[in-house]
Write a protein of this length. Structure first.
Length: 337
């Protein structure tokens, strides 16, 4: 198929372009070329989607499928105006942040309540308005669905995306931590649920959607699994012999100023409960039925570790540093006797 990737210079967009090229599709990526480079051998055209004519480099061309990763509603509106009538199928990579309810486990994409769309004056969450990320994605979803036609639009609401080229401090924190070995601070309860989706599994699903014409709203999120399984499988894949997990209560972590999810002093894939009990526990049975697959954790872990070793300059520092982790563990052992 002729595929247009709106993006393609980083992480998920690059994975879509790489896998599409490998599958023999005719791929064009359109971006500014500021965030990174395109995949070798893939056609790359320059365009700035901040401008209404940002897609002029592909004027007059037709595509069987589009994959769009934008976070800005205006980008979506410009793309629809430029491409409507010239594309067969449109996949929009949205996010599970479109859902306002973070607390209720087992929500489904086809029935869960959505945020109201961002008002027209709010267009770029990265301008210090990350609380408007979900509403901006809702506005972009609406623009694409209404402009292209619901029967040709796949709204893929991604959960946490992990794997090679992930420049966040989330999954890579755990990869680096397991590689270091020793006594690993495991947050919360072993039974708490986590979920994530491998970037290549998500990219494969986007390609499948383009070739089969999948339409509708789905969650691109992994099956929830206990955090004990996640950390144990990661340890078995990456850690030196003798590496142990010490489970530390969330109340104690909060008391010690250990922070959730990402950033300084954070333990990623850990969120306060019960407030976030619905964040990594979505019901993704429909997505699995529609072709979303999940590879073994060890595969994701090893590919991510290889990438982190090959491109250390792209790995974002963050999370609980070694000395702070050791100090929290010392305190925990003192309290536990
Ligand atoms: N990471 C996660 O865990 C996660 C979770 C849920 C949902 N998501 C969603 O998943 C998607 C991830 O996409 P991604 O990994 O490819 O990364 P991304 O950081 O969202 O990439 C944005 C892409 O758009 C291009 N772009 C940005 N501004 C542009 C402009 N003005 N004109 C033209 N192109 C522009 C960028 O290239 P240039 O800068 O080179 O132009 C880049 O290729 C996003 O939609 C994100 O919201 C991510």
């Amino acid at each position: 198929m002729r595929l247009l990737v709106l993006g393609g210079t980083v992480f998920l967009g690059r994975a879509v372009a790489r896998l599409a090229q490998a599958a023999g599709h005719d791929v064009t990526c359109l971006a500014r070329g500021e965030s990174g480079g395109a995949i070798d051998g893939v056609r790359f055209v320059t365009g700035d989607r901040d401008r209404p004519d940002g897609l002029s480099a592909v004027d007059g061309e037709t595509f069987d499928a589009v994959v769009d990763v934008t976070i800005r509603p205006s980008h979506a509106r410009h793309a629809v105006a430029a491409l409507a009538g010239r594309v067969g199928h449109y996949s929009f990579v949205s996010t599970c942040n479109v859902y306002p309810d973070d607390a209720t486990p087992g929500q489904r994409a086809d029935t869960a309540k959505l945020h109201d769309p961002a008002p027209p004056e709010v267009d770029n969450p990265r301008d210090g308005q990350m609380d408007m990320y979900g509403p901006c994605k809702v506005a972009a979803e609406n623009a694409i669905r209404d402009g292209i036609g619901a029967d040709r639009v796949f709204l893929c609401r991604a959960g946490l995306i992990v794997g090679p080229e992930d420049r966040s401090d989330r999954f890579p924190y755990w990869v680096a931590r397991m590689r270091r070995g020793g006594e690993v601070l495991a947050p919360g309860s072993p039974d708490d649920l986590v979920s994530f989706v491998d970037v290549d599994d998500l990219a494969e699903w986007l390609l499948l959607a383009g070739t089969t014409g999948l339409a509708g709203a789905y969650d691109g999120a992994g099956l929830p699994m206990p955090r004990s399984r996640f950390l144990t499988e990661l340890r078995d894949a990456l850690a030196p012999d003798g590496t142990t997990l010490t489970w530390v209560d969330q109340e104690f972590l909060v008391e010690q100023d250990v922070r959730p999810w990402s950033g300084e002093r954070a333990l990623p894939l850990w969120l306060p409960l019960p407030e976030y009990a619905g964040f990594m526990t979505r019901d993704t049975a429909r997505s699995v039925d529609a072709g979303l697959t999940a590879r073994p954790i060890a595969d994701t872990a090893l590919r991510t570790a290889d990438w982190m070793q090959a491109f250390p300059q792209d790995v974002k520092a963050g999370g609980l540093v070694a000395d702070d982790e050791a100090s929290v563990l010392r305190e925990w052992h003192v309290r536990s006797v």
